[in-house]
Design a protein around this ligand. Structure first.
Ligand code: PSU
Ligand code: MN
Length: 321
């Protein structure tokens, strides 16, 4: 762990990252830790606050069940936390009925502001990288948006993948993202895209797309060996581990496409600022599908946490040899 974060006297007086004792212990003893993106659980994890709370617990539990330590990243009362307690999660849901979404850019803006916030993939990767955590669990990742040639709307997630040496386990990117352009961007920045038991890059609640992954992988061990090889070679930067949504919660490409088209039409008729467009569209798709996309989101999230933990356990074993 970099000294300036936890050991220096400055950090002791005003710690920038509040790392839970459990996560600190695990990091000090080279035990498997999974950093966890929280936008999908805290913001999209259900219709009601209680359902979101339940999703958040299940998401965390999925990591523990596989023998890794969850480091859920969130802003609690203006403090950047790595590893939050159930009490803090409850406090967050009580105090913040609408929780804001924080990406890497926003981290210095929200700290110390008594705010409660969930973090995106880019912010979770940033913190993971600072703490030496190698695996991030997430729902879906951001990417290059449709019409990005006009809007310049490119998620900081893909920039972060280009620069931070962390593997992100997610279910690909939702279909409001241009998957072809996203994969082009990742190729340009030398970010390998692995498909877990799939040949194609999934699209969040949809398993089948026309976009091949760079390598199909069958087991967490294979993933751990691959990411270990990349970093052992000194090749910095991230890896995407694309894990398709479980079968019973998958949408067909056509059904999801119809939903997205309707949601996009609504977006055109509303003035939604760039950063809020993703949330707006996801909520619209959820109401149009009568909550089925939310259930799908919850299940893929938990499934990704479990795979991330398996990979973290195997990575720790290989790295400690
Ligand atoms: N993809 C989804 N659901 C989400 C997100 C992505 O299917 O909730 C969240 C993730 O936290 C991701 C972020 O990191 O949105 C990307 O947002 P933006 O497009 O504003 O960069
Ligand atoms: Mn954006």
């Amino acid at each position: 762990m970099p000294d300036h974060l936890i050991d220096s006297s400055v950090a002791k007086q005003r710690p920038l990252i509040d790392i839970s004792t459990e996560v600190q212990d695990a990091l000090q003893h080279n035990q498997p830790v999974v950093a966890m993106e929280t936008v999908n659980a805290f913001i999209h994890g259900g219709e009601q606050q209680e359902e979101k709370l339940e999703t958040t617990f299940l998401y965390e539990q999925a990591v523990r069940a596989k023998g890794a330590i969850p480091a859920m990243i969130a802003i609690i009362d203006g403090k950047l936390k790595a590893g939050i307690s159930h009490g803090e999660i409850e406090q967050l849901f009580q105090q913040a009925p609408s929780i804001c979404k924080v990406s890497r850019r926003d981290l210095p803006l929200v700290l110390g502001m008594n705010q409660y916030a969930a973090v995106t993939v880019s912010a979770a990767m940033t913190i993971a990288c600072l703490l030496g955590i190698k695996v991030v669990a997430a729902g879906g990742m951001g990417g290059v948006h449709q019409n990005a040639q006009l809007t310049y709307d490119i998620s900081p997630d893909v920039y972060e993948l280009a620069t931070s040496s962390v593997a992100v386990v997610c279910s690909g990117a939702k279909s409001i993202i241009d998957l072809r352009l996203t994969l082009e961007y990742l190729e340009t920045h030398s970010v390998p895209v692995l498909g877990y038991q799939t040949d194609v890059f999934p699209s969040f609640c949809v398993k089948e797309t026309e976009y091949p992954v760079d390598r199909r992988v069958e087991s967490p061990t294979e993933i751990a060996e691959l990411i270990h090889r990349k970093w052992a070679l000194g090749l910095q930067g991230g890896v995407v581990v694309a894990n398709p949504v479980p079968d019973e919660f998958a949408f067909s490409p056509k059904e999801m496409n119809d939903l997205i088209q309707s949601a996009l039409l609504t977006l055109e008729n509303n003035q939604v600022p760039g950063k809020d467009r993703t949330n707006f569209l996801l909520e619209k798709v959820s109401s149009l599908s009568e909550g089925r996309s939310t259930s799908s989101n919850i299940q893929l999230l938990i499934n990704n946490a479990a795979l991330a933990a398996d990979v973290a356990v195997d990575y720790a074993r290989i790295n400690n040899i």
